[in-house]
Write a protein that binds this ligand. Structure first.
Ligand code: FES
Ligand code: FES
Length: 161
């Protein structure tokens, strides 16, 4: 496989590298950059544990090549907190016990932020529909929904919408 030169901004840092054209973003993040907060929970693009933000939209890092994001800017779960202060959506998950084992949580938080960026007053139905691309084996979703409801309020209050 031939290599291509990529330039991509990840978590506000410009990364320039020669990489194989077939490298998946999730493998690049985890194996090359040691950004292991994005998880691999399936091999069928169904679980959403790998989600990252691109232009305020959640995308599945297991389903896109690094080369496809050449010149683009992305944010991973590692860059949501600032100076030790959690992102409002992270804070809401903590307040509402929106996790148990935590495996799905990075993707849920990214997905929640993405929803609020599109709809800053999501109701329960909006949230449940939006989470169709995120699977959780532990929680039964109730507290995740509550977390995103509170996260939306906190994001509005903080002006992060
Ligand atoms: S690892 Fe990406 S959807 Fe499951
Ligand atoms: S909290 Fe365990 S998979 Fe969601």
């Amino acid at each position: 496989m031939h290599e291509i030169a990529i330039k991509i901004t990840i978590n506000d840092e410009i990364i320039e590298k020669d990489i194989k054209a077939n490298v998946l973003l999730i493998d690049f993040l985890r194996d090359e950059l040691n950004l292991t907060g994005s998880h691999i929970g399936c091999d069928t693009s169904q679980c959403g544990a790998c989600m990252i933000l691109h232009n305020d939209k959640a995308i599945k890092a297991c389903s896109i090549l690094v080369a496809q994001l050449n010149g683009e800017k992305i944010t991973t779960i590692e860059n949501l907190q600032k100076d030790g202060v959690l992102h409002p959506m992270q804070e809401a998950f903590r307040n509402n016990h929106g996790l148990q084992c935590g495996f799905c949580t990075p993707g849920m938080i990214i997905s929640g932020i993405s929803l609020v960026k599109q709809n800053d007053k999501p109701n329960e139905d909006n949230i449940r529909k939006h989470l169709e691309g995120n699977l959780c084996r532990c929680t039964g979703y109730q507290n995740i929904v509550k977390s995103i409801e509170e996260g939306a309020i906190k994001m509005r209050e903080s002006g992060d919408i």
